[in-house]
Design a protein around this ligand. Structure first.
Ligand code: BG6
Length: 505
C-alpha cells in the first residue's frame, strides 16, 4: 500500500513547541509502525544555537510522549531513532544550510527528496521560501521538493491571497501542502466514507429531508500559554475559518467523481464557494454571535477570565466563542440553516456534527405520543469517536407511544486497528505526495471569502461581545441565533451518555 521514497524532512522553527509536542512524536510513531523509508533523516533548523545532541535531548524532554516511551521501550530502539535527528542553527547566510542539507543527503542517501516544514510565524513564510528558492533547494528535477505550511494561513482574505501569491513565486502549487490537522482526524475523513460509501445516507442528504445541521466544537481549556497569539486571532480565525469550514465542506460537497486529491478538492472548493456570504449588517447582526469567557469557579477552583490571561489585553474584544448561522446557496441545500459554534472554556471537550432530519411529511401518530422524535445522525469527531443514529421506536404496550432509541458505532470497538494521530497521517501523506488531506490555495481563499465580512463587521460595528462564565455552554444570547428552529444540542464528552430509549423491565 505504501510507496514512501527515501527523503529528508527539514523543520524550520525546530526549537518551538510544535516540533517537540507533535512533529517528532508523530515521526517516531511512523518509525515504530515501520512506515518510514529506509533512508530518512530529520534536520531541525532555527535560531537557537544548538548542537544535534541538544536538539535530540530537547525533543525527548519536551515531549512527554517520548519520555514515557523511554520508560517502556528498548533504549536502543529510541537511540536509533534519535540518531536520525540533526540540527542546524540558522544564520543569515542560507548557503550554510544548503551545505548541511547536501552533506546529510549524500551521507544518508535521501535521494534529493526534501520536505520543508514551516513551523514559524507566518510573517516569515515568504522570506523563508525565498531563501530556500535562492539556494536552488525548491527546484525539482533530481528528486522532489515539497513545502508544508502550518496554520494560520493568512489573517484575512487579502493576506491569504498575498501569501499564496508570494509562495507561488518560489514553489508551484502541487508542491505546497497547507496543513489543517482536523483533516488528519480519522473521523473527519470518515465523513466522506459515511456519505459516499453507503447508499442509505446520500439519498436523504439534502433539503428535502434535512431540517438543519449543527456543528459544535468545544474545548474545556482556555487559551493556556498562547494568549499573545490568540488575542490577535480569536475563535473565528483560529478554528472556524480552517478546521470547521473544512468539516462543513465535507458535509455539503457534492460526490466527487473519484477519490484523488484534485477530484475531492475541486468539490470542496465548489462547496465553500456556495456558502452564502453575509453582506448586510442586519444579517451579520442576526446570524453571528461572539463572546468571551469571564472568570468563574470550576470544580471549586477559581478560573481566570480571558482578559486576565497572560498575553491578553485587559480591554480585549477578541472572541473565545463564536456561533454562526448560515445558508448554502445551491440546489441541494437551499434554505437549510447551518449552525456552527466553536469556543474555549466550555463544560467539556467535544466536536460533533449533527444532521437533524425533518419530521415525516405526514404524521399518523398523535403529537403527544411522539414527543421530540426527529431523527438525528450524530457524527462524533472527538473525543469519543463514533456515529449515533437516533430514531423512534414504539414503547412496548398499548397505544403508539414513540420514544427515541440509539444505534451506535464506536471507533474504540475497532480494537485491533491502530488509529494514527492527525500529524502522523498528514506527515505520511505528504511523504507520499498525497495532498488529498491538505488545503489547496483556492480552498483557503474561498473560506476566507466567507469569513472576512464577519470579521470586518465585528471590527467596525458596535456589535456586542457577550460574556459567559468559564465552564458553561456560552452566552445565553446564542439561543437567539437558533431560536424558532431548534435548541443547541449540548453534548457530553461521552457518546454513550446520549439519552436513548430503553425499557429496563
Ligand atoms: C488549533 C488551535 O488549531 O486547534 C487551538 O490553534 C486549538 O486553539 C486546537 O486548541 C484544537 O485542536 P484539537 O485537535 O485538540 O481539537
Amino acid at each position: 500500500m505504501e510507496n514512501t521514497e527515501n527523503q529528508m524532512l527539514i523543520i524550520f522553527g525546530a526549537s518551538g513547541d510544535l516540533t517537540a509536542r507533535k512533529l517528532i512524536p508523530a515521526i517516531y510513531n511512523l518509525y515504530k509502525g515501520n512506515h518510514l523509508p529506509e533512508n530518512y533523516v530529520v534536520l531541525g533548523a532555527s535560531r537557537s544555537d544548538w548542537s544535534d545532541a541538544d536538539f535530540r535531548k530537547n525533543v525527548v524532554e519536551e515531549s512527554k510522549y517520548l519520555e514515557d516511551e523511554l520508560k517502556n521501550v528498548d533504549n536502543e530502539f529510541i537511540s536509533e531513532f534519535c540518531n536520525k535527528l540533526f540540527y542546524h542553527p540558522l544564520k543569515e547566510d542560507y548557503s550554510c544550510l544548503k551545505n548541511r542539507i547536501e552533506k546529510l543527503n549524500n551521507e544518508y542517501g535521501t535521494d534529493n527528496n526534501f520536505i520543508f516544514y514551516f513551523s514559524v510565524p507566518p510573517s516569515i513564510y515568504e522570506s523563508l521560501a525565498k531563501n530556500i528558492y535562492e539556494q536552488d533547494l525548491s527546484k525539482e528535477g533530481i528528486g522532489w521538493k515539497r513545502l508544508i505550511v502550518e496554520k494560520p494561513f493568512g489573517y484575512s482574505l487579502e493576506t491569504a491571497r498575498n501569501l499564496n501569491h508570494a509562495l507561488h513565486k518560489y514553489f508551484k502549487e502541487p508542491q505546497i501542502f497547507r496543513i489543517d490537522h482536523y483533516l488528519g482526524k480519522e473521523t473527519v475523513q470518515n465523513l466522506l466514507v459515511t456519505r459516499f460509501a453507503n447508499s442509505i445516507f446520500e439519498p436523504l442528504w439534502n433539503r428535502n429531508y434535512i431540517h438543519h445541521v449543527e456543528v459544535t466544537n468545544a474545548e474545556s481549556v482556555g487559551v493556556e500559554k498562547r494568549g499573545g497569539y490568540y488575542d490577535k486571532s480569536g475563535a473565528l480565525r483560529d478554528m472556524f475559518q480552517n478546521h470547521l469550514l473544512q468539516i462543513v465542506s465535507l458535509i455539503i460537497m457534492e460526490p466527487p467523481i473519484g477519490s484523488n486529491a484534485e477530484e475531492i478538492r475541486n468539490e470542496k472548493v465548489k462547496a465553500l464557494k456556495s456558502l452564502r456570504i453575509m453582506k448586510d449588517d442586519k444579517t451579520l447582526h442576526d446570524h453571528t454571535i461572539r463572546a468571551q469567557y469571564v472568570s468563574s469557579i470550576i470544580d471549586g477552583k477559581h478560573v481566570k477570565g480571558y482578559r486576565e490571561e497572560d498575553g491578553v489585553e485587559s480591554n480585549s474584544t477578541t472572541e473565545t466563542y463564536a456561533a454562526i448561522k448560515f445558508f448554502v446557496d445551491n440546489w441541494r441545500w437551499a434554505d437549510v440553516p447551518f449552525y456552527v459554534r466553536t469556543a474555549k472554556r466550555m463544560p467539556t471537550k467535544v466536536t460533533e456534527v449533527v444532521i437533524h432530519f425533518k419530521t415525516p411529511h405526514h404524521q399518523i401518530f398523535k403529537e403527544s405520543d411522539i414527543g421530540n422524535n426527529d431523527n438525528k445522525l450524530v457524527i462524533r469527531i472527538q473525543p469519543d469517536e463514533g456515529i449515533l443514529i437516533k430514531f423512534g421506536v414504539k414503547v412496548p404496550g398499548q397505544g403508539f407511544n414513540v420514544e427515541r432509541a440509539n444505534l451506535d458505532f464506536y471507533y474504540s470497538s475497532l480494537v485491533d486497528t491502530y488509529v494514527m494521530t492527525a500529524y502522523e497521517r498528514l506527515l505520511l501523506d505528504a511523504m507520499q505526495g498525497d495532498a488529498t488531506l491538505y488545503a489547496r490555495a483556492d480552498e483557503v481563499e474561498a473560506a476566507w471569502e466567507f469569513v472576512d465580512p464577519i470579521l470586518n463587521y465585528w471590527k467596525n460595528s458596535d456589535s456586542k461581545v457577550y460574556g459567559y462564565s468559564a465552564g458553561v455552554w456560552g452566552p445565553e444570547n446564542a439561543d437567539d441565533l437558533i431560536e424558532g428552529v431548534a435548541m443547541w444540542r449540548n453534548p457530553s464528552a461521552n457518546l454513550a451518555d446520549d439519552p436513548g430509549f430503553c425499557v429496563l423491565k
